[in-house]
Write a protein that binds this ligand. Structure first.
Ligand code: NAP
Length: 258
């Protein structure tokens, strides 16, 4: 049986690239999404073309009940996971803080922060060796450790002034959560790390009303170009792998030097 990985928001961009590369490296892969079922199915087809098993799970990570149902379905249909990539994330239109409202902040934190916390909680329950005797997933092969990779952003360090300081604050929370959870479960076979991408050429910029953002900001990057989803996926899949066996609590910048 291949190890099982869940990539939230795996239907496009960095999540899709991660699902494809992980399949090539031997993982069975489940991907979640909220809107575009056809895109998610296309990624799953690529995973299956590598000879791996794939699942497509419609679930909003901001909804704790949907997260729990998603993990329960994986338990039933796929087995116990040993990898989780908390990739689902959103930006919003560029604005100053004094132009933002609470509805925007609630969505920003519900998806980017609470989604990561909910999924991580469910993963740790299944992965942690703390429950190896008599734990709920012991008979199903759980409680044997695992790896979690969170998607933070260079914005956590730079603050994204005039763009989306609320997004930067949410990613700052991801950094603190990554370090804290990594230390909390360090003796329980679970490694927790974050990747902090810089400007990556995906559709997320168009969703914030700036389709040309990656190319426009390229001159600010020491390498003078945006990164690709595949370049971020390479770092994520390394952190998931046994090659990163002594790496936990790390915040790995993948940003062309920015
Ligand atoms: P993207 O192209 O917009 O893809 C986002 C993915 O998340 C899609 O599969 C989307 O599918 C899914 N998604 C959105 N809301 C969701 C929700 N509530 N529940 C479950 N899935 C949801 O984004 P990306 O550029 O690949 O970014 C991926 C991650 O990297 C994000 O956390 C982002 O903050 C981070 N990041 C990106 C960049 C960059 O420059 N691209 C830089 C730094 C950090 P549906 O629309 O079908 O739901």
């Amino acid at each position: 049986m291949n190890p099982l990985l869940l990539v939230t928001g795996g239907s496009r961009g960095i999540g899709a690239a991660t699902a494809r590369l992980a399949a090539a490296r031997g993982w069975d892969v489940a991907i979640s999404y909220t809107r575009d079922a056809a895109a998610a199915e296309a990624v799953a087809a690529d995973v299956r073309a590598e000879g791996r098993r794939a699942w497509v799970l419609p679930a909003d990570v901001a909804d704790d009940a949907q997260v729990q149902a998603m993990f329960a379905r994986l338990d039933r249909e796929a087995g116990v996971l040993s990898g989780l990539v908390n990739n689902a994330g959103v930006v919003d239109v560029a604005a100053r803080v004094d132009e933002m409202d609470i509805a925007r902040w609630q969505r920003m934190f519900a998806i980017n922060v609470f989604g990561t916390l909910s999924c991580s909680r469910e993963a740790v329950k299944r992965m942690s060796t703390r429950y190896s005797e008599g734990g709920a997933w012991a008979a199903a092969g759980g409680h044997r450790g695992g790896a979690i990779v969170n998607l933070s952003s260079v914005a956590a360090r730079l603050g994204a002034p005039g763009q989306y300081v609320d997004y930067a604050a949410a990613k700052g929370a991801i950094d603190a959560f990554t370090v804290g959870l990594a230390r909390e479960v360090a003796t329980e076979g679970v490694r927790v790390n974050a990747v902090r991408p810089g400007i990556i050429d995906t559709e997320i910029h168009a969703s914030g009303g700036q389709a040309d953002r990656a190319r426009r900001l390229a001159p600010q990057v020491p390498m003078q170009r945006p990164g690709s989803a595949a370049e971020v996926a390479a770092a994520i899949v390394w952190l998931l792998s046994d090659e990163a066996s002594y790496t936990t609590g790390a915040l790995l910048d993948v940003n062309g030097g920015r």
